[in-house]
Design a protein around this ligand. Structure first.
Ligand SMILES: [Zn+2]
Length: 428
């Protein structure tokens, strides 16, 4: 293991910017398809046609609520969307992240962008995709039925009830996800006794926080990227460390990363995220409610409008998340006083995970739930300056003083990303 701090790899940064650019363009395409789809369904007659086709499913347990119609309508639209966007999903989540083999033709022309972040076979990737989709369908159907039921039963205050139900569901999911959902996608095992475990226990003791365990997560079965996270709530709360981090980072670097996670623990960040997202959702739903009553429309408008509410809420919740992450960094620096390992670990993450250290401010504002790695490095320098701490190797790092970006955030567990739940089960 090298003792010298990690240097930012300019080749990898070049790739990271390219990779981020591709993903952002695909996001726009995806969004475009969704918007066109919603317009076609709502105004192109598809929605009305589908509703007429589903007319026979008119069981109505509560006045104005047709659960079978809603079910088939929603499943049909969701599956159609998944099928139409499958080429994008395949390209974005499998092809370009797969290993860079046969990248060039005989004439040396680059045929494909491949970034080698994934270690999955096509079969396993498809299997995970289907698992994620099935989970997502179950949760979404439950949510949609609930929304329609409340719309029928409580047309004036439905948004309040939906927000309350989402809050309850978020708490339950935050508690259960690490033991029920994530093991469907990853293997977990307790961090073996040893120096690291000792260090963490010592850190936790100094923070007067009882840690319910540190686990390693077998990320290497799916990705080459590294990550760490605080997961769970109450009796399932735990710190999770990707095995892709264990073998490549110095003990000091891992300690400061764990200190960041412990900081989330001490700050009760999962609760903060759940509460803040519920409040944002409440605001979003209230807006939808206003629009609905203003438009006095058929029930088939609700779904699209609820999605629009999520779009409004996303930048706000990302902004809050970035503030929380900044605080966890502050905690990690304070608790360990390890400035150089912190910067080295951040740089290593950028190199390993293809994280663009300097995303455009607009992209960061809209999409990033962590401050950019550039900002996190700057934060460490400012902390060091403010507390009069030595920063070794700061000269070699001078090139990083420009504002740069995004960190460990680039590896959301595959299954959770597609489960469609807003549960902040992982604060990394
Ligand atoms: Zn974090």
């Amino acid at each position: 293991m090298s003792v010298t701090p990690e240097e930012l790899d300019s080749d990898r940064q070049q790739k990271a910017r390219e990779y981020a650019g591709i993903r952002h363009r695909l996001l726009l395409v995806d969004l475009g398809i969704a918007i066109v789809g919603i317009v076609i369904v709502l105004f192109g007659g598809v929605g009305i046609w589908l509703r007429n086709v589903l007319q026979p499913l008119n069981w109505q347990p509560i006045h104005g609520w047709y659960p079978f119609q809603v079910l088939v309508y929603f499943v049909a639209i969701m599956l159609a969307y998944q099928i139409i966007t499958f080429p994008i999903t395949y390209y974005r989540d499998y092809l370009i992240v797969s290993a860079p083999k046969s990248q060039t033709s005989e004439r040396g022309k680059v045929l494909l962008h491949r970034y080698g972040l994934s270690t999955m076979s096509l079969k396993n990737w498809l299997l995970d995709l289907l698992k994620g989709l099935a989970l997502s369908l179950v949760f979404s159907i439950f949510a949609v039925e609930l929304v329609y039921l409340l719309l029928a039963a409580q047309p004036q205050t439905w948004w309040l009830w939906v927000a309350a139900a989402l809050l309850f569901f978020s708490v339950v999911m935050a508690n259960l996800a690490p033991v029920l959902i994530l093991p469907l996608f990853y293997k977990f095992s307790p961090l073996p006794e040893g120096e690291l475990a000792q260090r963490l226990l010592a850190l936790a003791e100094r923070a007067h926080t009882r840690v319910r365990g540190v686990f390693t997560m077998q990320l290497s079965s799916k990705t080459t990227a590294a990550n760490a996270a605080l997961m769970g709530l109450g009796n399932t709360r735990r710190i999770v460390l990707g095995d892709t981090m264990l073998d490549r980072y110095t003990p000091d670097e891992i300690e400061v990363v764990l200190a960041h996670e412990l900081g989330h623990h001490v700050h009760r960040d999962i609760w903060k995220l759940i509460i803040s997202q519920s409040l944002l959702m409440l605001g979003g739903l209230y807006l939808v409610n206003l629009v609905l009553h203003w438009a006095v429309e058929t029930q088939h408008y609700y779904q699209g409008l609820a999605d629009a509410a999520t779009l409004i809420v996303m930048p706000l919740s990302n902004g809050y998340s970035r503030a929380i992450e900044y605080q966890a960094d502050e905690y990690a620096l304070q608790a360990t006083q390890k400035i150089e390992p912190f910067k080295s670990a951040m740089t290593r993450l950028a190199n390993q995970n293809l994280a663009d250290v300097e995303p455009s401010p607009v992209i960061e504002f809209l999409l990033h739930d962590h401050p950019s790695i550039g900002k996190r490095l700057k934060h460490a320098d400012e902390f060091a300056a403010h507390h009069d701490l030595p920063v070794q190797g700061s000269e070699s790092r001078a090139s990083l003083s420009a504002p740069s970006s995004e960190a460990a955030s680039s590896t959301d567990p595959a299954g959770m990303a597609s489960s469609g739940s807003s549960t902040p089960d992982a604060a990394h």
